[in-house]
Design a protein around this ligand. Structure first.
Ligand code: ATP
Ligand code: MG
Ligand code: MG
Ligand code: MG
Length: 473
């Protein structure tokens, strides 16, 4: 089954169960300035869940384009490292606005997976929230999942990707337990069942999250039952496609293989398994759709996230030996794969190509020189020592290497980077600029202390808090 058929089957299934098919909303959320990008199917329905907004339907289904490359959910650093994370992906969802609840949500998911998609039941595992006996009993007694494959999950904060199976929109407001469905890709792949110490591996892959909005939390933290509980679910299209196409990695599905071949063609790379091709294939989707939805590469906020993703893609092209322009040429291939499902992409092909091309031309000049500076700094670096902050800053300031880009190159070679030193160099520059009366706005960079995870620029709270990073003049 091709990815496009899998998407269509999902929507048709829920349509046959009385759900309205609603188009994907844009990646820039129209109803929430505090959110960097649309990162889940429920985003466009936020106000419907809280009752602030109403719709002419009580059941909806969507294939929602999502980006998780900043903000609360940031999977940028996972791309190229796990088989299942993308910056851009499609989330298939069904929603109940005060209509059906746990029993039907669970039954629909199970019917779709095992009857419509025909998945073997014994490969599916489920999790429920520790205290959610109701969901546990539905899975065990009504659906008939063996108890050894139903796992209760509590506040499991240890593992990096672990969810605690309790969802909340914010500190106050609607919240409730989740139940997630996992697929076991088999013992050849490293990883353990959900809740185990090896759950971060790629063997047991989370495919579908069912959220049961059941309570409203008040400012004192007290939870009150919602008069009309709601359902919000999300299944990654690329993950279910991998399962249905009998491949382990998302990058092996039809859609990605086609983009990977296109990236190979444009970079001259002959090894289709090269990791850089996966990263480029991932990034062309995020960049293409971000431009479609009105984001332009820039030095702050969403524009800077886009710029960082484009520059990472260009650096991978450079690593494969492509010193010229190539990235914008992949837009045509992207349109070929996704233009039918997203007519807005096809309609804007020329504009997307032009925006990406401009960014390529802009960075191309400095990428080569910056790489030379970086290579010689790394060559001179004694083993075990971190790359110094001044070099990080020079690369950033003079050569347009976003900090996470340099950190990513160092990560590939297991070289730590001196983030404090970078901040000091930045602060020093800021002081000098301020003294000269040229600085526009304070840069607010922060790193979470782990060299492989860049969380700076994520503190976007309202347009006003967007970080400005450049010195005027
Ligand atoms: P994971 O634990 O694997 O990081 P998650 O718990 O963060 O996933 P949810 O927020 O529950 O994911 O989103 C619902 C579904 O969307 C997931 O079950 C998964 O199928 C899909 N999904 C989430 N993040 C990504 C991603 N970065 N790339 C592709 N699919 C994703
Ligand atoms: Mg995640
Ligand atoms: Mg998870
Ligand atoms: Mg989840």
């Amino acid at each position: 089954m091709k990815t496009s058929e899998i998407r269509q089957k999902f929507l048709s299934f829920f349509e046959s169960k009385g759900h309205q098919i609603v188009p994907s909303s844009p990646l820039v959320p129209g109803n929430d300035p505090t959110l960097l990008f649309t990162n889940a199917g429920m985003v466009q329905f936020k106000d419907v869940f809280t009752g602030k907004d109403t719709r002419p339907y009580h059941r909806a289904t969507t294939a929602q384009r999502c980006v998780r490359a900043g903000g609360k959910h940031n999977d940028l650093e996972n791309v190229g490292y796990t088989a299942r994370h993308h910056t851009f992906f499609e989330m298939l969802g069904n929603f109940s606005f005060g209509d059906y609840f746990k029993r039907d949500a669970i039954a629909y998911a199970w019917t779709l997976l095992t009857e419509v998609y025909g998945l073997p039941k014994e490969k599916l595992w489920v999790t429920v929230y520790q205290e959610d006996d109701e969901a546990y009993d539905i899975w065990a007694q009504e659906i008939g999942v063996p108890r050894e494959r139903i796992i209760r999950i509590g506040d499991n904060k240890g593992a990096r990707y672990a969810s605690d199976n309790f969802w909340q929109m914010a500190d106050t407001g609607p919240c409730g337990p989740c139940s997630e469905i996992f697929y076991d890709h088999g013992p050849e792949i490293w990883g353990g069942p959900p809740g185990s110490p090896e759950e971060d591996g790629d063997r047991y892959i989370e495919i579908w999250n069912l959220v049961f909005m059941q309570f409203e939390r008040d400012a004192q933290g007290t939870m009150h039952p919602l008069p009309k509980p709601c359902v919000d679910t999300g299944m990654g299209l690329e993950r279910i496609s991998a399962v249905l196409q009998h491949v382990h990695s998302n990058y092996e599905i039809d859609l990605f293989q086609s983009l990977i071949r296109a990236a190979a063609r444009e970079t001259g790379c002959t090894d289709l398994a090269d990791n850089s091709l996966k990263v480029i294939a991932d990034h062309i989707r995020a960049c293409g759709f971000l431009v479609v939805d009105g984001v332009i590469p820039g030095n702050e906020g969403r524009g800077y996230v886009l710029r960082r993703i484009i520059r990472r893609a260009l650096r991978h092209g450079h690593k494969l030996g492509q010193k010229g322009l190539f990235f914008h040429r992949l837009v045509a291939d992207l349109v070929g794969q996704m233009g039918e499902a997203y007519p807005e992409l096809a309609a804007q092909q020329a504009r997307v190509e032009q925006v990406l091309r401009q960014e390529e031309e802009r960075f191309g000049e400095t990428l080569e020189n910056g790489m030379r500076i970086l290579e010689s700094a790394l060559a001179a670096l004694p083993a075990g020592q971190a790359l110094d902050g001044q070099t990080l800053f020079t690369l950033y300031d003079t050569y347009g290497f976003p900090l996470d880009l340099t950190a990513d190159i160092c990560r590939e070679r297991s070289i730590p980077v001196d983030l404090d030193g970078f901040e000091q160099a930045m602060a020093h520059q800021r002081e000098q600029a301020r003294a000269a009366g040229k600085f526009k706005a304070a840069a607010d960079l922060s790193y979470d202390g782990v060299a492989t995870r860049f969380d700076g620029y994520d503190h976007l709270e309202g347009e006003a808090a967007v970080t400005a990073l450049y010195v005027d003049g």
